[in-house]
Design a protein around this ligand. Structure first.
Ligand SMILES: [Zn+2]
Ligand SMILES: [Zn+2]
Length: 348
């Protein structure tokens, strides 16, 4: 725990008092050293909080508003931003790799030295300055610990189903991995009206969670073949790799039916490569694609998710795991690394 300096909000920025931050696989990649990132860095990008101060040009937010943070403070000007996909913005991804915002600054320092921002955010802190565009109003009905999950896991997992794969009703789905994102893929498939959802996950507590969330079966990787031959012998209409390792993507593609769609959702470790049989794509006409942050502008997708929450179709409570105060952030990271079935949340 260190006290850092924050720059004052600029005209188009807001100061957010952070109330809750979910720990995401992306944070764990950094903790495990699977990505090269500059340090010192404030991790955390799945945040929710209250607006405390607004810049002079901010019109959509007022102090006291509850907000969920999008981790895509994109450039606003590139081809991907113009097609409504701020999370695919190349300047944003360069900035994320450099630990900064798109303009190269971070607005955070420690004893005069730059402090870097995890995923262009850096939410594991009491207060954070972000641009108005990425502080998305969430209303006052949803507790902020639950609302935080919307900021990455839900937008990513449900978005993968609704906006990337566009899952149709009465179809079949395989989900590889039942961590935070995989659990929201299951909920998304349920929302989309999928008939049968099969989950493969190596941790027993997460398999139990997957069944509670609507999977018809949740099995270990060793049991998958027997289960699929029983339930979906031709494979599933859609398969989602919520892990993002080469072997999990291969498994998802293996159990995608001919003509079906396989979606890579989880982020791979740096340098990962896929080794695939091209016959999967011509002889069997499978589609392999991927999604970043749910393949929709978070400002568009979040109100859709909030609609499902308010209508009672999406209950966030079962997806929430243990919460830890900020000074126990290391225990929180340990719990997340240990495979907590619910999302581990830090409450500054
Ligand atoms: Zn995330
Ligand atoms: Zn852009």
């Amino acid at each position: 725990m260190r006290e850092i300096e924050l720059e004052e909000p600029r005209a188009d920025e807001v100061l957010v008092r952070i109330a809750a931050v979910g720990l995401c696989g992306t944070d764990l990649h950094n903790v495990k050293g699977e990505w090269q990132r500059p340090t010192p860095m404030v991790l955390g990008h799945e945040g929710a909080g209250l607006v405390e101060q607004v810049g002079s040009k901010v019109s959509s937010l007022r102090p006291g508003d509850h907000v969920v943070l999008s981790w895509a403070p994109a450039c606003g000007d590139c081809a991907d931003c113009r097609r409504g996909r701020p999370a695919a913005c190349v300047p944003l991804h360069r900035a994320i790799a450099a630990g900064t915002l798109v303009d190269g600054r971070t607005g955070m320092s420690l004893d005069g030295e730059t402090v870097y921002r995890g995923t262009a955010t850096g939410a594991l802190t009491e207060r954070l300055v972000v641009t108005e565009r990425v502080a998305l109003p969430v209303g006052n009905e949803i507790p902020l610990e639950q609302a935080a999950l919307l900021g990455c896991a839900a937008l990513t997992g449900i978005g993968a189903v609704l906006f990337a794969a566009r899952v149709e009703p009465d179809t079949t789905v395989v989900v590889v991995g039942a961590g935070g994102v995989g659990q929201f893929v299951i909920r998304g498939a349920h929302l989309a009206g999928a008939r049968t959802i099969v989950c493969v996950e190596s941790l027993e507590a997460r398999r139990e969670q997957a069944v509670r969330l609507g999977a018809a079966a949740a099995v270990s990787p060793e049991q998958l073949e027997v289960t699929m031959l029983e339930l979906l012998p031709d494979g599933a209409d859609y398969a989602f790799d919520a892990v993002g390792a080469p072997e999990t993507t291969a498994l998802a593609l293996r159990w995608t039916r001919s003509g079906g769609t396989c979606v890579v959702v989880g982020l791979p470790a740096a340098g990962a490569r896929l080794n695939l049989d091209p016959g999967e794509f011509n002889r069997r006409e499978k589609w392999l694609t991927g999604t970043m942050y749910g393949s929709e502008d978070p400002a568009v997708a979040l109100p859709i998710l909030l609609g499902h929450v308010r209508a009672g179709r999406l209950d966030l409570r079962p997806l929430l795991g243990p919460t830890y105060p900020l000074d126990q952030v290391n225990e929180a990271v340990e719990a997340s690394l240990g495979g907590s079935p619910g999302r581990v949340v830090v409450t500054p």
